[in-house]
Write a protein that binds this ligand. Structure first.
Ligand code: SAM
Length: 251
């Protein structure tokens, strides 16, 4: 598996391959798309919505004038995020998926949301522009994670925060779930520890928080089990959490 990874990592994390994979999933309306990116999930499923609200309440607890959602996809989190910021800017590599995001925003009548077609490694914004850069489940899809981190750092204002949520590859179930999907292959070289080291090159204040939040387990029983796991001691949760949040503050 390691040699397959070494040989193919660059190919499967290229923005072209990623764009094609996500567009294919979207066009075919696959089960994965419906269970993870379909924004109606947030409206229809009060458990998912509640868990997102609980998590976001603890993360966006400072003054945020504007927020950049890097790799925003269908804008799954826009309605939840809009409670914490006056303006949201979303960028993604896929114009097709951005079109869907726009449709959803218009349908929900959400205001002050702006879109741009761009790659995470080259952001079309001036230095020191944002109070918050939010990157949910995107970094492990990228060929050049360091460049995306440098861009997030560049566009953040002083004291602004980069809030990253990534799958926890240290969890054996997550490892098995992700490592056989080609478009997820980048996760094999992006554990929490590797990502922390990458952020430490530019950001001084960094901390990570494990979380069992998971969108795709939408039934009440799974949600109850997952939220009770959150009470485990942190060292254990570091390995069993489904995701982790990394918060990096620009000085
Ligand atoms: C796993 S999805 C996450 C979408 C959204 N953040 C969410 O959590 O619902 C990854 C997204 O990253 C986008 N993406 C992949 N590579 C990218 C790149 N190099 N630059 C910008 N977006 C990229 C894909 O098009 C896709 O919408």
């Amino acid at each position: 598996m390691l040699s397959f990874f070494r040989r193919n990592k660059d190919k499967y994390t290229s923005w072209k391959y990623q764009k094609e994979s996500f567009e294919k999933m979207y066009e075919e309306g696959t089960k994965e798309f419906q269970k993870r990116y379909h924004t109606e999930l947030l409206e229809e499923n009060k458990f998912v919505r509640q868990r997102i609200d609980d998590l976001f309440k603890t993360l966006f607890n400072y003054d945020i004038e504007n927020l950049l959602d890097v790799g925003c996809g269908t804008g799954f989190y826009f309605s939840a995020l809009s409670k914490y910021t006056k303006k949201i800017y979303g960028i993604d590599v896929s114009s097709l998926i951005l079109k869907e995001a726009k449709k959803i925003i218009e349908g929900k009548n959400l205001k002050n949301i702006y879109f741009g077609l761009s790659i995470s490694e080259v952001l079309p914004f001036r230095d020191n522009s944002f109070d918050c850069v939010f990157i949910f489940a995107v970094l492990h899809h990228l060929q050049n994670v360091d460049k995306a981190i440098a861009e997030a750092h560049r566009v953040l204002k002083k004291d602004g925060k980069c809030i990253v949520i990534e799958p926890n590859i240290l969890n054996p179930a997550m490892f098995l779930f992700l490592c056989f999907k080609k478009h997820e292959i980048g996760i094999l070289s992006l554990s929490k520890f590797t990502l922390e080291k990458k952020f430490q090159k530019l950001f001084k204040k960094i901390y990570t928080v494990p979380t069992t939040f998971q969108v795709t387990f939408t039934d009440p029983v799974s949600n109850m089990i997952l939220s009770s796991l959150e009470k485990l001691p942190k060292p254990l949760l570091d390995y069993l959490a489904i995701h982790y949040v990394l918060i990096a503050e620009k000085e």
